[in-house]
Write a protein that binds this ligand. Structure first.
Ligand code: FA5
Ligand code: MG
Length: 422
Protein backbone atom coordinates (compact mmCIF):
# COMPACT_ATOMS: atom_id res chain seq x y z
CA UNK A 1 0.00 0.00 0.00
CA UNK A 2 1.16 3.48 -0.74
CA UNK A 3 1.07 5.83 2.17
CA UNK A 4 -0.52 8.95 0.72
CA UNK A 5 0.35 10.96 3.78
CA UNK A 6 4.11 10.87 3.59
CA UNK A 7 5.86 10.65 6.91
CA UNK A 8 7.61 13.95 7.61
CA UNK A 9 11.12 13.99 8.98
CA UNK A 10 11.49 16.26 12.06
CA UNK A 11 13.38 18.83 9.96
CA UNK A 12 10.57 19.06 7.44
CA UNK A 13 7.82 19.36 10.00
CA UNK A 14 9.71 22.28 11.53
CA UNK A 15 9.22 24.40 8.43
CA UNK A 16 5.63 23.29 8.15
CA UNK A 17 5.15 24.32 11.77
CA UNK A 18 6.59 27.80 11.02
CA UNK A 19 4.15 28.08 8.19
CA UNK A 20 1.26 26.91 10.34
CA UNK A 21 2.06 29.69 12.83
CA UNK A 22 1.31 32.29 10.15
CA UNK A 23 -2.26 33.58 10.09
CA UNK A 24 -4.27 31.83 7.37
CA UNK A 25 -6.81 33.59 5.17
CA UNK A 26 -8.65 33.24 1.88
CA UNK A 27 -5.30 33.33 0.03
CA UNK A 28 -3.75 30.35 1.85
CA UNK A 29 -3.19 27.69 -0.83
CA UNK A 30 0.31 26.23 -0.25
CA UNK A 31 -0.05 22.53 0.62
CA UNK A 32 2.20 20.78 3.19
CA UNK A 33 3.61 18.57 0.44
CA UNK A 34 5.06 21.66 -1.27
CA UNK A 35 6.21 23.23 2.01
CA UNK A 36 8.07 20.01 2.79
CA UNK A 37 10.22 20.52 -0.31
CA UNK A 38 11.58 23.84 1.01
CA UNK A 39 14.02 21.86 3.16
CA UNK A 40 15.68 19.98 0.31
CA UNK A 41 18.01 22.76 -0.96
CA UNK A 42 19.10 20.65 -3.93
CA UNK A 43 21.26 23.45 -5.35
CA UNK A 44 23.43 23.37 -2.19
CA UNK A 45 24.32 19.69 -2.59
CA UNK A 46 27.80 19.44 -4.15
CA UNK A 47 27.12 16.06 -5.82
CA UNK A 48 23.64 16.88 -7.15
CA UNK A 49 23.35 18.00 -10.81
CA UNK A 50 21.85 21.32 -9.70
CA UNK A 51 24.65 21.88 -7.17
CA UNK A 52 27.27 20.93 -9.78
CA UNK A 53 25.74 23.36 -12.29
CA UNK A 54 25.56 26.15 -9.70
CA UNK A 55 29.28 25.72 -8.90
CA UNK A 56 30.15 25.62 -12.59
CA UNK A 57 28.44 28.97 -13.21
CA UNK A 58 29.98 30.45 -10.09
CA UNK A 59 33.43 29.39 -11.27
CA UNK A 60 32.82 30.96 -14.67
CA UNK A 61 31.60 34.22 -13.13
CA UNK A 62 34.10 34.06 -10.29
CA UNK A 63 34.36 37.81 -9.80
CA UNK A 64 30.65 37.95 -8.90
CA UNK A 65 29.75 37.56 -5.22
CA UNK A 66 27.85 34.29 -4.57
CA UNK A 67 24.76 34.57 -2.41
CA UNK A 68 21.90 32.35 -1.27
CA UNK A 69 18.51 32.98 0.30
CA UNK A 70 17.51 29.80 2.12
CA UNK A 71 13.96 30.74 3.08
CA UNK A 72 11.58 30.82 0.13
CA UNK A 73 8.94 32.61 2.20
CA UNK A 74 8.79 36.25 1.09
CA UNK A 75 6.29 39.07 1.28
CA UNK A 76 4.10 39.65 -1.75
CA UNK A 77 5.62 43.15 -1.66
CA UNK A 78 9.14 41.73 -2.30
CA UNK A 79 7.98 39.28 -4.94
CA UNK A 80 5.82 41.72 -6.90
CA UNK A 81 5.30 45.32 -5.74
CA UNK A 82 8.91 46.27 -5.15
CA UNK A 83 9.54 45.13 -8.75
CA UNK A 84 6.73 47.27 -10.20
CA UNK A 85 4.39 44.38 -11.06
CA UNK A 86 1.01 45.92 -11.91
CA UNK A 87 -1.90 45.09 -9.58
CA UNK A 88 -3.59 42.93 -12.25
CA UNK A 89 -0.50 40.93 -13.32
CA UNK A 90 -1.53 37.25 -13.85
CA UNK A 91 1.44 36.00 -11.80
CA UNK A 92 -0.27 37.34 -8.69
CA UNK A 93 -3.31 35.08 -9.10
CA UNK A 94 -4.05 32.22 -6.72
CA UNK A 95 -4.03 29.81 -9.64
CA UNK A 96 -0.40 30.67 -10.49
CA UNK A 97 1.31 31.18 -7.11
CA UNK A 98 1.48 29.60 -3.67
CA UNK A 99 0.35 31.88 -0.85
CA UNK A 100 0.69 31.40 2.89
CA UNK A 101 -1.68 34.31 3.31
CA UNK A 102 -2.55 37.53 1.52
CA UNK A 103 0.76 39.21 2.43
CA UNK A 104 3.13 36.18 2.42
CA UNK A 105 3.99 33.72 -0.31
CA UNK A 106 6.56 31.28 -1.69
CA UNK A 107 8.79 33.30 -4.03
CA UNK A 108 8.00 32.72 -7.70
CA UNK A 109 11.42 33.97 -8.82
CA UNK A 110 14.82 34.92 -7.39
CA UNK A 111 14.20 38.52 -8.48
CA UNK A 112 12.28 38.84 -5.19
CA UNK A 113 15.70 39.38 -3.53
CA UNK A 114 17.13 41.88 -6.01
CA UNK A 115 16.33 45.06 -4.11
CA UNK A 116 17.67 43.67 -0.81
CA UNK A 117 20.97 42.69 -2.38
CA UNK A 118 21.38 46.04 -4.13
CA UNK A 119 20.47 47.80 -0.87
CA UNK A 120 23.39 46.01 0.83
CA UNK A 121 25.69 47.70 -1.68
CA UNK A 122 26.73 44.60 -3.61
CA UNK A 123 27.47 45.52 -7.24
CA UNK A 124 28.29 42.23 -8.97
CA UNK A 125 26.49 39.20 -7.60
CA UNK A 126 24.80 35.83 -8.21
CA UNK A 127 22.04 34.40 -6.04
CA UNK A 128 20.71 30.84 -6.36
CA UNK A 129 17.48 29.60 -4.80
CA UNK A 130 14.43 27.37 -5.09
CA UNK A 131 11.30 29.01 -6.56
CA UNK A 132 7.66 27.89 -6.54
CA UNK A 133 4.92 28.11 -9.19
CA UNK A 134 1.61 26.34 -9.71
CA UNK A 135 1.88 24.84 -13.17
CA UNK A 136 1.08 21.97 -15.49
CA UNK A 137 2.36 18.40 -14.99
CA UNK A 138 4.78 16.91 -17.49
CA UNK A 139 8.44 15.94 -17.86
CA UNK A 140 9.65 19.57 -17.87
CA UNK A 141 7.34 21.16 -15.27
CA UNK A 142 7.52 20.72 -11.52
CA UNK A 143 6.01 23.07 -8.91
CA UNK A 144 9.47 23.78 -7.53
CA UNK A 145 12.47 24.66 -9.66
CA UNK A 146 15.68 26.60 -9.22
CA UNK A 147 16.79 29.95 -10.52
CA UNK A 148 20.02 31.85 -10.46
CA UNK A 149 19.76 35.61 -10.42
CA UNK A 150 22.75 37.66 -11.50
CA UNK A 151 23.35 41.38 -11.60
CA UNK A 152 26.01 43.95 -12.31
CA UNK A 153 25.75 47.66 -11.56
CA UNK A 154 28.17 50.56 -11.82
CA UNK A 155 28.28 53.74 -9.84
CA UNK A 156 26.91 56.12 -12.42
CA UNK A 157 27.67 59.31 -10.50
CA UNK A 158 31.28 58.64 -11.31
CA UNK A 159 31.83 60.59 -14.49
CA UNK A 160 34.09 57.88 -15.92
CA UNK A 161 31.54 55.11 -15.37
CA UNK A 162 31.18 54.44 -19.07
CA UNK A 163 34.92 54.08 -19.57
CA UNK A 164 34.91 51.42 -16.85
CA UNK A 165 32.16 49.53 -18.69
CA UNK A 166 33.95 49.98 -22.01
CA UNK A 167 37.20 48.52 -20.70
CA UNK A 168 35.36 45.51 -19.22
CA UNK A 169 33.73 45.10 -22.62
CA UNK A 170 37.11 44.80 -24.32
CA UNK A 171 37.99 41.88 -22.06
CA UNK A 172 34.67 40.16 -22.79
CA UNK A 173 35.13 40.74 -26.52
CA UNK A 174 38.55 39.13 -26.60
CA UNK A 175 37.31 36.15 -24.54
CA UNK A 176 34.45 35.68 -27.03
CA UNK A 177 36.95 35.47 -29.89
CA UNK A 178 38.02 32.07 -28.59
CA UNK A 179 34.51 30.60 -28.67
CA UNK A 180 32.71 28.68 -31.37
CA UNK A 181 29.35 30.38 -31.09
CA UNK A 182 26.90 31.91 -33.59
CA UNK A 183 24.73 34.65 -32.10
CA UNK A 184 21.54 35.75 -33.82
CA UNK A 185 20.46 39.06 -32.34
CA UNK A 186 16.84 39.72 -33.22
CA UNK A 187 16.66 42.76 -30.97
CA UNK A 188 16.85 46.39 -32.09
CA UNK A 189 18.83 49.10 -30.27
CA UNK A 190 16.43 51.52 -28.59
CA UNK A 191 13.43 49.69 -30.11
CA UNK A 192 10.34 51.92 -29.64
CA UNK A 193 8.54 48.87 -28.17
CA UNK A 194 11.43 48.05 -25.83
CA UNK A 195 13.18 51.41 -25.44
CA UNK A 196 16.12 52.67 -23.42
CA UNK A 197 15.03 54.52 -20.29
CA UNK A 198 14.60 58.28 -20.81
CA UNK A 199 16.94 59.07 -17.90
CA UNK A 200 19.75 56.97 -19.37
CA UNK A 201 22.26 58.50 -21.74
CA UNK A 202 21.91 56.32 -24.82
CA UNK A 203 25.68 55.76 -24.98
CA UNK A 204 25.63 54.29 -21.45
CA UNK A 205 22.44 52.26 -22.06
CA UNK A 206 24.05 50.77 -25.18
CA UNK A 207 27.22 49.83 -23.28
CA UNK A 208 25.22 48.19 -20.49
CA UNK A 209 23.20 46.14 -23.01
CA UNK A 210 26.41 45.03 -24.75
CA UNK A 211 28.00 44.09 -21.43
CA UNK A 212 24.90 42.08 -20.48
CA UNK A 213 24.71 40.21 -23.78
CA UNK A 214 28.43 39.45 -23.97
CA UNK A 215 28.58 38.26 -20.37
CA UNK A 216 25.70 35.86 -20.98
CA UNK A 217 26.95 34.71 -24.40
CA UNK A 218 30.21 33.75 -22.73
CA UNK A 219 28.46 32.03 -19.84
CA UNK A 220 26.20 29.98 -22.11
CA UNK A 221 29.14 29.01 -24.31
CA UNK A 222 31.09 27.94 -21.25
CA UNK A 223 28.23 25.69 -20.11
CA UNK A 224 27.25 24.20 -23.42
CA UNK A 225 30.79 23.44 -24.58
CA UNK A 226 30.48 20.38 -22.32
CA UNK A 227 27.84 18.89 -24.61
CA UNK A 228 28.76 20.35 -27.98
CA UNK A 229 28.24 18.11 -30.94
CA UNK A 230 31.25 16.07 -31.97
CA UNK A 231 31.01 17.44 -35.53
CA UNK A 232 32.12 20.76 -34.03
CA UNK A 233 29.05 22.69 -35.13
CA UNK A 234 29.03 26.11 -33.45
CA UNK A 235 26.61 26.70 -30.60
CA UNK A 236 23.64 28.75 -31.83
CA UNK A 237 22.16 31.33 -29.49
CA UNK A 238 19.42 33.88 -30.13
CA UNK A 239 18.47 37.16 -28.44
CA UNK A 240 14.84 38.27 -28.55
CA UNK A 241 12.91 41.20 -27.07
CA UNK A 242 10.98 40.58 -23.85
CA UNK A 243 9.12 42.42 -21.13
CA UNK A 244 9.72 42.50 -17.37
CA UNK A 245 8.26 45.28 -15.20
CA UNK A 246 11.57 46.11 -13.46
CA UNK A 247 13.89 46.11 -16.48
CA UNK A 248 14.00 48.18 -19.65
CA UNK A 249 14.98 47.26 -22.26
CA UNK A 250 14.33 43.54 -21.53
CA UNK A 251 15.47 40.43 -23.41
CA UNK A 252 15.38 36.65 -23.45
CA UNK A 253 18.22 34.35 -24.44
CA UNK A 254 17.60 31.03 -26.19
CA UNK A 255 19.88 28.25 -27.41
CA UNK A 256 19.28 25.85 -30.27
CA UNK A 257 18.96 22.39 -28.76
CA UNK A 258 17.85 19.27 -30.65
CA UNK A 259 16.37 21.42 -33.40
CA UNK A 260 14.37 23.73 -31.13
CA UNK A 261 14.97 27.07 -29.45
CA UNK A 262 15.14 26.53 -25.71
CA UNK A 263 14.54 29.57 -23.46
CA UNK A 264 17.27 29.81 -20.84
CA UNK A 265 16.82 33.17 -19.18
CA UNK A 266 15.19 36.57 -18.97
CA UNK A 267 17.16 39.76 -18.38
CA UNK A 268 17.42 43.47 -18.96
CA UNK A 269 18.71 46.87 -17.89
CA UNK A 270 17.57 47.60 -14.33
CA UNK A 271 14.78 50.17 -14.16
CA UNK A 272 16.18 53.24 -12.43
CA UNK A 273 12.96 53.45 -10.36
CA UNK A 274 13.65 49.98 -8.93
CA UNK A 275 17.25 50.88 -8.10
CA UNK A 276 16.05 54.07 -6.40
CA UNK A 277 13.66 51.99 -4.31
CA UNK A 278 16.69 49.91 -3.28
CA UNK A 279 18.48 53.16 -2.29
CA UNK A 280 21.02 52.86 -5.11
CA UNK A 281 19.53 55.29 -7.61
CA UNK A 282 23.02 56.58 -8.31
CA UNK A 283 23.96 53.25 -9.90
CA UNK A 284 22.85 51.61 -13.13
CA UNK A 285 23.36 48.20 -14.68
CA UNK A 286 21.72 44.92 -15.65
CA UNK A 287 20.13 41.79 -14.11
CA UNK A 288 19.25 38.30 -15.36
CA UNK A 289 17.37 35.25 -14.04
CA UNK A 290 18.06 31.78 -15.43
CA UNK A 291 16.45 28.40 -14.86
CA UNK A 292 18.91 25.75 -13.62
CA UNK A 293 16.78 22.67 -14.44
CA UNK A 294 16.46 23.59 -18.13
CA UNK A 295 20.25 23.74 -18.46
CA UNK A 296 20.93 20.74 -16.21
CA UNK A 297 18.50 18.54 -18.19
CA UNK A 298 20.56 19.26 -21.32
CA UNK A 299 24.04 19.04 -19.75
CA UNK A 300 23.40 15.84 -17.79
CA UNK A 301 20.85 14.30 -20.19
CA UNK A 302 18.15 14.10 -17.51
CA UNK A 303 14.86 13.23 -19.25
CA UNK A 304 12.32 13.94 -16.48
CA UNK A 305 12.35 16.93 -14.11
CA UNK A 306 11.08 14.73 -11.22
CA UNK A 307 14.41 12.90 -11.23
CA UNK A 308 16.10 15.92 -9.60
CA UNK A 309 14.00 15.16 -6.50
CA UNK A 310 14.69 11.42 -6.50
CA UNK A 311 16.33 10.03 -3.38
CA UNK A 312 17.09 6.75 -5.15
CA UNK A 313 20.82 6.03 -5.03
CA UNK A 314 20.64 4.81 -8.64
CA UNK A 315 20.18 8.52 -9.44
CA UNK A 316 22.31 10.25 -6.83
CA UNK A 317 25.33 7.94 -7.10
CA UNK A 318 25.79 8.91 -10.76
CA UNK A 319 27.00 12.47 -10.14
CA UNK A 320 30.17 13.89 -8.73
CA UNK A 321 31.13 17.45 -7.77
CA UNK A 322 32.88 19.36 -10.55
CA UNK A 323 31.95 16.86 -13.28
CA UNK A 324 29.42 17.02 -16.10
CA UNK A 325 28.50 13.39 -16.78
CA UNK A 326 25.69 11.82 -18.81
CA UNK A 327 22.87 10.32 -16.79
CA UNK A 328 22.48 6.60 -17.50
CA UNK A 329 18.75 5.83 -17.21
CA UNK A 330 17.88 2.88 -15.05
CA UNK A 331 14.96 0.75 -16.09
CA UNK A 332 11.70 2.65 -16.31
CA UNK A 333 8.75 1.00 -14.62
CA UNK A 334 5.60 0.54 -16.70
CA UNK A 335 3.12 3.42 -16.73
CA UNK A 336 -0.43 3.11 -15.36
CA UNK A 337 -2.70 5.25 -17.50
CA UNK A 338 -6.09 6.28 -16.11
CA UNK A 339 -8.64 8.63 -17.64
CA UNK A 340 -11.22 10.74 -15.86
CA UNK A 341 -14.15 12.27 -17.82
CA UNK A 342 -16.73 14.62 -16.44
CA UNK A 343 -19.36 17.19 -17.30
CA UNK A 344 -18.35 20.69 -16.22
CA UNK A 345 -21.14 22.71 -14.60
CA UNK A 346 -18.92 25.62 -13.49
CA UNK A 347 -15.54 26.26 -15.19
CA UNK A 348 -12.37 25.93 -13.09
CA UNK A 349 -8.67 26.74 -13.58
CA UNK A 350 -6.59 23.83 -14.94
CA UNK A 351 -3.79 24.55 -12.45
CA UNK A 352 -6.25 23.74 -9.64
CA UNK A 353 -6.86 20.32 -11.18
CA UNK A 354 -3.10 19.69 -11.50
CA UNK A 355 -2.66 20.65 -7.87
CA UNK A 356 -5.21 18.09 -6.74
CA UNK A 357 -3.53 15.35 -8.77
CA UNK A 358 -0.18 16.32 -7.23
CA UNK A 359 -1.49 16.39 -3.71
CA UNK A 360 -3.08 12.94 -4.09
CA UNK A 361 -0.23 11.25 -5.94
CA UNK A 362 2.94 13.26 -5.18
CA UNK A 363 5.81 12.14 -7.43
CA UNK A 364 3.87 9.10 -8.62
CA UNK A 365 2.25 11.19 -11.33
CA UNK A 366 4.28 11.60 -14.50
CA UNK A 367 1.93 13.65 -16.66
CA UNK A 368 -1.60 14.97 -16.91
CA UNK A 369 -3.06 15.86 -20.28
CA UNK A 370 -6.47 17.02 -21.47
CA UNK A 371 -7.30 14.53 -24.23
CA UNK A 372 -10.88 15.53 -24.95
CA UNK A 373 -12.85 18.74 -24.72
CA UNK A 374 -16.34 18.35 -26.10
CA UNK A 375 -19.43 20.54 -26.01
CA UNK A 376 -22.74 18.78 -26.66
CA UNK A 377 -24.33 20.50 -29.71
CA UNK A 378 -27.86 20.36 -28.29
CA UNK A 379 -27.51 20.73 -24.53
CA UNK A 380 -24.37 22.94 -24.78
CA UNK A 381 -22.98 20.90 -21.88
CA UNK A 382 -19.16 20.80 -21.74
CA UNK A 383 -17.30 17.56 -21.09
CA UNK A 384 -13.59 17.17 -20.39
CA UNK A 385 -11.40 14.11 -20.29
CA UNK A 386 -7.99 14.11 -18.61
CA UNK A 387 -5.45 11.33 -19.03
CA UNK A 388 -3.27 10.79 -15.99
CA UNK A 389 -0.10 8.76 -16.29
CA UNK A 390 0.90 7.29 -12.92
CA UNK A 391 4.43 5.96 -12.78
CA UNK A 392 6.97 5.71 -10.02
CA UNK A 393 10.59 6.39 -10.89
CA UNK A 394 11.83 4.20 -8.06
CA UNK A 395 9.58 1.13 -7.90
CA UNK A 396 6.91 -0.84 -9.68
CA UNK A 397 3.45 0.63 -9.20
CA UNK A 398 0.77 -2.07 -9.24
CA UNK A 399 -2.49 -1.48 -11.05
CA UNK A 400 -4.27 -1.75 -7.70
CA UNK A 401 -2.11 1.02 -6.21
CA UNK A 402 -2.73 3.20 -9.27
CA UNK A 403 -6.46 2.54 -8.93
CA UNK A 404 -6.31 3.71 -5.30
CA UNK A 405 -4.48 6.88 -6.28
CA UNK A 406 -6.91 7.53 -9.11
CA UNK A 407 -9.91 6.98 -6.84
CA UNK A 408 -8.59 9.58 -4.42
CA UNK A 409 -8.02 12.02 -7.30
CA UNK A 410 -11.57 11.51 -8.62
CA UNK A 411 -12.96 11.89 -5.12
CA UNK A 412 -11.11 15.19 -4.53
CA UNK A 413 -12.11 16.49 -7.97
CA UNK A 414 -15.81 15.87 -7.37
CA UNK A 415 -15.62 17.43 -3.89
CA UNK A 416 -13.74 20.51 -5.11
CA UNK A 417 -15.28 21.32 -8.48
CA UNK A 418 -18.83 21.65 -9.72
CA UNK A 419 -18.54 18.63 -12.03
CA UNK A 420 -20.28 15.33 -12.70
CA UNK A 421 -18.24 12.22 -13.44
CA UNK A 422 -19.32 10.49 -16.67
C1 FA5 B 1 11.69 35.40 -14.44
O1 FA5 B 1 11.44 34.62 -13.55
C2 FA5 B 1 12.41 36.71 -14.21
N1 FA5 B 1 12.57 36.86 -12.78
C3 FA5 B 1 13.78 36.71 -14.92
C4 FA5 B 1 14.47 38.05 -14.86
C5 FA5 B 1 15.41 38.33 -13.89
C6 FA5 B 1 14.17 39.02 -15.82
C7 FA5 B 1 16.05 39.57 -13.84
C8 FA5 B 1 14.78 40.26 -15.76
C9 FA5 B 1 15.73 40.52 -14.79
P1 FA5 B 1 10.77 33.78 -16.26
O2 FA5 B 1 9.46 33.50 -15.64
O3 FA5 B 1 10.78 33.87 -17.76
O4 FA5 B 1 11.38 35.15 -15.75
O5 FA5 B 1 11.77 32.66 -15.81
C10 FA5 B 1 13.17 32.77 -16.02
C11 FA5 B 1 13.74 31.41 -16.42
O6 FA5 B 1 13.38 30.42 -15.45
C12 FA5 B 1 13.18 30.89 -17.73
O7 FA5 B 1 13.86 31.41 -18.82
C13 FA5 B 1 13.39 29.40 -17.58
O8 FA5 B 1 14.74 29.03 -17.83
C14 FA5 B 1 13.16 29.19 -16.11
N2 FA5 B 1 11.76 28.72 -15.89
C15 FA5 B 1 10.62 29.44 -15.91
N3 FA5 B 1 9.54 28.67 -15.66
C16 FA5 B 1 10.02 27.41 -15.47
C17 FA5 B 1 9.42 26.14 -15.16
N4 FA5 B 1 8.10 26.00 -14.98
N5 FA5 B 1 10.22 25.06 -15.05
C18 FA5 B 1 11.56 25.17 -15.21
N6 FA5 B 1 12.19 26.33 -15.50
C19 FA5 B 1 11.45 27.43 -15.63
MG1 MG C 1 10.02 33.52 -19.62
Amino acid sequence: RINLKRPCTPKISLSIRCYRDLPRDGFTNAPDSILALTERQLHQQPNHPLGILRSLIQNTLSHYKHLSAPSPIVSTYKNFDELEFPADHPGRSLSDSYYLNEKTMLRTHTSAHECDVFRQGTDKWLLTADVYRRDEIDSSHYPVFHQMEGACVWDDTHKDAHTAIASELQELESALKHTNIVTTDETINNNPNNPYQPTHRSLVAELIVKHLKMTLNLLVYDLFKHVQNTDNQPLQVRWIEAYFPWTGPSYELEVMWEGKWLELLGCGVMQQRTLERADVGHKSGWAFGLGLERIAMVLFGIPDIRLFWSQDSRFSSQFEAGKISKFVPYSKYPPCIKDVSFWVHTPFHENDLYEIVRECSQDLVESVECIDNFTHPKTNKNSLCYRINYRSMDKNLTNEEANDLHASVVDRLTKTFDIEIR
